[in-house]
Design a binder for this molecule. Structure first.
Ligand code: V0V
Ligand code: CO
Length: 147
């Protein structure tokens, strides 16, 4: 079951300048940052609020580490802006399988590693009314968020 908006992914050309905009304009601070080489992104997670299911909602600011990555290609075509939305679930495997059974293309056979040790998969935007949609199961609360 999808229980929250885990994050909104925002593509940017310059992560440091974009982080500074969100800090100066809204007061949001970086909760966590990392490089995900598999996904080709350098990212900063800005924690917005906790949620009823014990998780949290974030903005995920994304700068590509290479031009041929998903975010690099998208930026070249569209410029900066909202790149994807991510729903949180306790069971990414089960929810991805159920959604695949409805005929929506799930991009990965098995979930891959996402921010802060989460497990993630994506639904094809062409099957989701133009929205690249991610499903996320957070790492167990005992795990460090890796700062
Ligand atoms: C592409 N399209 C999109 C889109 N990206 N539509 C809405 N939102 C997006 N973000 C459209 C595009 O305009 C084309 O439509 C069509 O899909 C095919 O796009 P393409 O440019 O030819 O690109 P593809 O097909 O090579 O790749 C598109 C997909 C790719 C969605 C398959 O971006 C992908 O695998 N994304 C999943 C991985 C990802 O996004 N990683 C970065 C975030 P027209 O022009 O044909 O109509 S990493 C992350 O979120 C992490 C680590 C985390 O949360 O922890
Ligand atoms: Co994401």
């Amino acid at each position: 079951m999808l229980t929250r908006i885990d994050h909104i992914g925002i593509a940017c050309f310059d992560l440091d300048r974009t982080v500074e905009f969100y800090r100066a304009t809204y007061g949001f601070e970086v909760f966590h940052s990392e490089v995900n080489e598999e996904q080709g992104v350098r990212e900063a997670m800005l924690r917005i609020n906790g949620t009823d299911d014990g998780g949290a909602s974030y903005l995920q600011l994304l700068e590509p580490t290479r031009e041929d990555s998903a975010v690099g290609k998208w930026l070249a075509k569209n410029g900066e802006g909202v790149h994807h939305i991510a729903f949180g679930t306790a069971d990414v495997d089960g929810d991805a399988a159920a959604i695949r059974d409805q005929g929506v293309r799930v991009l990965y056979d098995e979930p891959r590693t996402g921010s802060m040790g989460s497990r993630i998969t994506f639904l094809h935007p062409k099957d989701c009314h133009g929205v690249l949609t991610e499903l996320v199961t957070s790492a167990p609360p005992t795990a460090s968020h890796g700062d």
